[in-house]
Design a protein around this ligand. Sequence first.
Ligand code: ADP
Ligand code: MG
Length: 240
Amino acid sequence: MIEFKDVSKFYGPFQVLKNCSLKVAKGEVVVVCGPSGSGKSTLIKCANGLEPFQKGELIVDGVPLHDPKTDMPKLRARVGMVFQNFELFPHLKIAENLCLAQQKVLGRGKDEAMVKGMALLDRVGLKEHSHKFPGQLSGGQQQRVAIARALAMDPIAMLFDEPTSALDPEMVNEVLDVMVELAREGMTMMVVTHEMGFARKVAHRVVFMDKGEVVENAAKDDFFNAPRSDRAQLFLSKIL
Ligand code: ADP
Ligand code: MG
């Protein structure tokens, strides 16, 4: 579903991604971890065309993102993305947040968008909150709305960039529970997170990045039982 082949990206002289290669198969959950500044956000944003890159190939559901002819907005509409800071529209009610892109990007009618949006809001346990503004919800609730909003676009895959790291600890699990359910339903997911409990529960593979490189890309059990690189071992010893 997602394949990075030797992807490199530069900010001027600074190389932020160094020949990154990895694959995410359909239905697979890949957790990406690594120290701050190692390039995790940059990598994941490349996968829905939010970040351009200079070298290598990146193919998402058969679409070559390295090809300048690719219609990026169309691709972006098909790959859901959830950010650390929710990124809901603060001036729009929850219901409107859920419907906007469905109507503007997918051309759905208001009623259809609303039915879909409300079903997903119910699924994340928030159907009573559709008339509120994002600021009236807790961080955990806002993040669940952001997930519902992404799912309303019928994505072929979901990308998460540290979806729980801005949350108070007591709200982390309500968001992870939604993600675990999605994973178990077979959603293709690429998840940047340091929640190793989540990784142990649902990840198929774990990718460890350091200084712009994919240092380790291992089956989950192999990663946790015996990380091969010193850098991954050191990282795990600090966060576990
Ligand atoms: P991570 O998500 O692993 O913390 P990022 O992908 O956000 O890492 O950033 C990787 C590196 O790229 C960092 O060193 C960061 O400072 C640098 N970086 C990120 N965005 C920019 C930018 N727009 N211009 C220059 N450097 C950047
Ligand atoms: Mg980041």
